[in-house]
Design a protein. Structure first.
Length: 233
């Protein structure tokens, strides 16, 4: 039976014992938000999340989507596109937060994800990284956006946390200085960010082990065989 599966790893238990030593640098978290309004509640929620992440010992970067062109509207060497892609490569975990518009994530947010390819050469920029999802609502609480973000995170091959945050009537949850007021909604954000740091610490050094797949090993071996045969002709 195993003769038909030459690339199947039969020693996963042994491999688990050989996993790398834990990294010592702070967890690197990229935060994305989905509005360019002057008083953007998705941005304010992301900034609140970044404060919490830093309190829990993480290093954070917040990407400003203002000036990011529509996907495929400019070459990939556009400065904003390169800034976004560099931050994605730098990150070990991410926070995605979008306002709900017409029952869905905003175009501003989706454009950011559409600029991130599944592969950059031999590197998969998002694969195996942790993800926390949040949304802000103008009215009553909804989960449309976080559900969509979960689908998107799975498509980008990320480990999406079980917990999430949805903030209804967001305009009532922040003070004039842009700080989130104490409330059960704030407590949920704290829970999600704490969980993100924990999961990132647990998974970041095991990424190569966790995402190593039989189908990809098989494909790589077949491509290598083709190149070998081409050279021998």
């Amino acid at each position: 039976m195993t003769d038909h599966l030459p690339h199947l790893d039969l020693n996963l238990f042994d491999d688990a014992h050989a996993m790398p030593r834990a990294s010592e640098h702070k967890p690197r978290i990229l935060l994305l938000y989905g509005s360019t309004r002057e008083r953007s509640f998705s941005r304010l929620l992301v900034e609140e999340a970044a404060r919490l992440l830093e309190h829990f010992g993480a290093e954070t970067r917040v990407f400003d989507p203002s000036g990011l062109p529509l996907p495929d509207d400019v070459p990939v060497d556009h400065p904003k596109v390169q800034e976004l892609r560099d931050l994605v490569l730098w990150s070990e975990g991410q926070v995605w937060c979008s306002p709900e518009r017409h029952g869905a994530m905003s175009a501003v947010f989706k454009a950011q994800i559409d600029w991130i390819p599944l592969a950059l050469g031999a590197v998969r920029p998002t694969q195996g990284k942790t993800l926390a999802v949040m949304q802000v609502c103008g009215g009553s609480q909804s989960f449309n956006v976080v559900n969509q973000l979960r689908v998107l995170g799975r498509w980008m091959r990320m480990f999406t946390l079980p917990n999430q945050s949805s903030v209804p009537k967001a305009y009532m949850e922040f003070d004039e200085a842009g700080r989130m007021k104490p409330s059960p909604f704030y407590d949920r954000v704290v829970d999600v960010m704490e969980e993100l740091v924990k999961f990132t610490l647990l998974l970041r050094d095991q990424k190569e082990f966790l995402v190593d797949r039989y189908s990809e090993r098989k494909e790589s071996a077949e491509q290598l065989m083709v190149r070998v045969n081409q050279r021998s002709i």
